[in-house]
Write a protein that binds this ligand. Sequence first.
Ligand SMILES: Nc1ncnc2c1ncn2[C@@H]1O[C@H](COP(=O)(O)OP(=O)(O)O)[C@@H](O)[C@H]1O
Ligand SMILES: [Mg+2]
Length: 214
Amino acid sequence: MFISFEGIDKVGKSTQISLLVDYLEKRSYQVVQTCEPGGTRLGKEIEIILLESSVGQISDTAELFLYLADRSEHVKKVIKPALNKDKIVISDRFADASIAYQGYGRRLNIHWIEKLNKRATQGISPELTFLLDIDPELAKKRGKEKDRIENEEIAFHQRVRQGYLEIAHLYPNRVKTVNGQESIEDIHLAIRRILSEYLQALSEPSHYGQHPLV
Ligand SMILES: Nc1ncnc2c1ncn2[C@@H]1O[C@H](COP(=O)(O)OP(=O)(O)O)[C@@H](O)[C@H]1O
Ligand SMILES: [Mg+2]
């Protein structure tokens, strides 16, 4: 099973992924925790260029292609092999992030990004995506360290947030929006509930062979 977490910076993705991974591992599920950018060796190099780069300004299209290169390698080397071994893959960001950041944030053509995403992902899509949603003004107040993208103006982050909400609206069965302003524990419980409902639905007679979590 493939799960992704999405949302703007500091919304709580890393915090929630770590809680969910612990929860699943305690119940003996085999989980592969990964991320974009930086889920592979090549990806780590790309991440340095993207986020901490001293190369200066990166053009929007070059930025998109760097993320796609990271994703392509990530799918081939990490995600596909883990899914083939029936592991639960949990990725901190995936293809939706390019639509939200480079499509809505940078205003590149969304249909074009969708096509390129399809190539980079080899058609693999998360079954469940948790979209943590928060006002960028509030996110900004959490923590101080900033990378190149976090340093963008607030209007950029507002567009990214809007993009994510539109993706959630387009794919309501896959993308579950969770209010990132709730407490860490409440968000964790909401995520567990959504996952459990999803697995329960799978375990109904027409989907033989799956087991509910709780
Ligand atoms: N629900 C929450 N309420 C308040 N602070 C939170 C919440 N979730 C995470 N944080 C804090 O906000 C900061 C960013 O969280 P993090 O999980 O790193 O976000 P992301 O991975 O989305 O950038 C961290 O300092 C974290 O402890
Ligand atoms: Mg994080």
